[in-house]
Each structure stands twice: as structure tokens, then as C-alpha cells.
Write a protein of this length. Structure first.
Ligand code: MN
Length: 248
């Protein structure tokens, strides 16, 4: 009898192929199956769900199971599933993103979008991010990623649903547990800085002060800020079903 194939697990992110969080995720998930990484060749944070159609894409085979692509996270998933991988993956894991992907950030995130793209293609997927900015402790996130991946490989996910996971930047023993949450609501404080370049021409830089959040009780933001791992099920259908009747 032939040996049963180990599950194929595809990894992607938006922080780029060199990101420490991606390496931590690859190491952690390699215990569960064959891990193949297909990730952007540079940081593509906030790339959203964009797909490159105006130019060809190139993939570089860097080492065993590691490929970089000169495109977006969504490009990576598309190339991987449609051509680079020897067979269809059983799971797509995105991250571990450097910095949280909470609330409305989800729609900008290339990391979350790569999991969305996998979901669109019918492959179970989760995105994982670590809160904070710099000096990350990936240990807690990496070991939870392995538990979660094993569970998804065993049980699958509901149709058109992906999991958005945010982990507090704490040593594993300081993490409170796992909370099932909903997407939070950000109070926007986005700013655009206008300055002049050395030739006197204006340029603009999108930035923002530290955001604040509405306190709704059961959101991703509140869970993470209280030391819990936040697990939010996201659905691909953006329809606001409650408004359909009203519009009719
Ligand atoms: Mn990122």
C-alpha cells in the first residue's frame, strides 16, 4: 500500500518572504504536513486584495519549499494554486503578520486578503497576526497556529468562511486563552501629512495617530487588549442582509 501523503499546507503573508513571523509559522506548521511558502518578494502591507493584471509575474525558487513572487499576496495564492504547487493544498495559513489585523484593518490587509483568496478558491484558510509593533514574541502565536491548523485539517471550515486570528504580544504563559470575537469598530483618526520635497513640490504621506476603538464588549480589539487570543470568523458575503427588505 502506498504511504498516505502528508497534507500540503500553503503559507503566505504581506510582510514579505524575509519576515520573521512567516518563518515562525513555517517552522510551527511543518510538524503537521508539507509546508510550501509562496510570499511577496518584499513588504506588501496594506496591499488589500489587489491582483496584478497589467504585467507578467515572476516566481523565484529560493530553497526547498520557499518561493518569492514579485507581486501581491493575492498574486501569490493565485500562482501557487494554479501553477507552482504540485497539488491542491488542504490548508492556507497567512502570517504571522507583524502587527494586529483588527476591526476595519481587515479590508486593507494583504495577509487577510491572501486567506480570503484561498477561501474564494474553496481552500480552508486562516490569517494570523501578532499585536504590537516591534520586539515580537512569536512563540504563543506559533504554537496556537499549530493547534488551529491541526483542527482545521481535521474538521474543515464552514463554506465561504475564514478565521482571522490576532494574538497578544505576550509570552505564551501570559496569554489568557482563546476568545471567539466579532470584528471591532475603529474610531478613525487617520491623517495625511503634507510636506514639500527638495524641489518645492508637495507630497503627501498617509499615516495616523494611534487609533481608538468603540467598546462593544465582544470585539477582536477588546479580546487582544485583555490578553486573549482573538478568533473571528469572517464571511466572504459582504451583503447586508438586514437592509435587503428595506431597499425593496
Ligand atoms: Mn503586514
Amino acid at each position: 500500500m502506498e504511504r498516505e501523503e502528508r497534507p500540503l499546507i500553503l503559507l503566505c503573508n504581506d510582510d514579505g518572504i524575509g519576515a520573521v513571523g512567516l518563518k515562525a509559522l513555517a517552522e510551527s506548521l511543518s510538524a503537521l504536513g508539507e509546508v510550501v511558502v509562496v510570499a511577496p518578494d518584499r513588504e506588501r502591507s496594506a496591499a488589500g486584495h489587489s491582483l496584478t493584471l497589467s504585467r507578467p509575474l515572476r516566481a523565484s525558487h529560493l530553497s526547498d519549499g520557499w518561493y518569492s513572487v514579485d507581486g501581491t499576496p493575492t498574486d501569490c495564492i493565485t500562482l501557487a494554486v494554479m501553477g507552482l504547487l504540485p497539488r491542491r493544498p488542504q490548508l492556507v495559513a497567512a502570517g504571522i503578520n507583524h502587527g494586529s489585523k483588527l476591526d476595519d484593518d481587515v479590508s486593507y490587509s494583504g495577509t487577510v486578503s491572501s486567506a480570503i483568496e484561498a477561501t474564494l478558491q474553496g481552500i480552508p484558510a486562516f490569517a494570523m497576526s501578532i499585536a504590537g509593533n516591534g520586539e515580537f514574541n512569536f512563540q504563543g502565536a506559533a504554537s496556537f497556529a499549530r493547534r488551529l491548523a491541526a483542527e482545521i485539517l481535521r474538521r474543515g471550515l464552514p463554506r465561504d468562511t475564514l478565521l482571522n486570528v490576532n494574538v497578544p504580544n505576550l509570552p505564551p504563559e501570559a496569554i489568557q486563552g482563546v476568545a471567539i470575537t466579532r470584528q471591532g469598530r475603529r474610531v478613525y483618526s487617520e491623517t495625511v501629512v503634507r510636506k514639500l520635497d527638495p524641489r518645492g513640490k508637495a507630497y503627501y504621506w498617509i499615516g495616523g495617530a494611534d487609533p481608538t476603538w468603540e467598546r462593544l464588549g465582544d470585539t477582536d480589539y477588546e479580546a487582544v487588549s485583555n490578553g486573549w487570543i482573538s478568533l473571528t470568523p469572517l464571511h466572504l458575503d459582504l451583503t447586508n442582509h438586514r437592509v435587503i427588505d428595506e431597499l425593496k
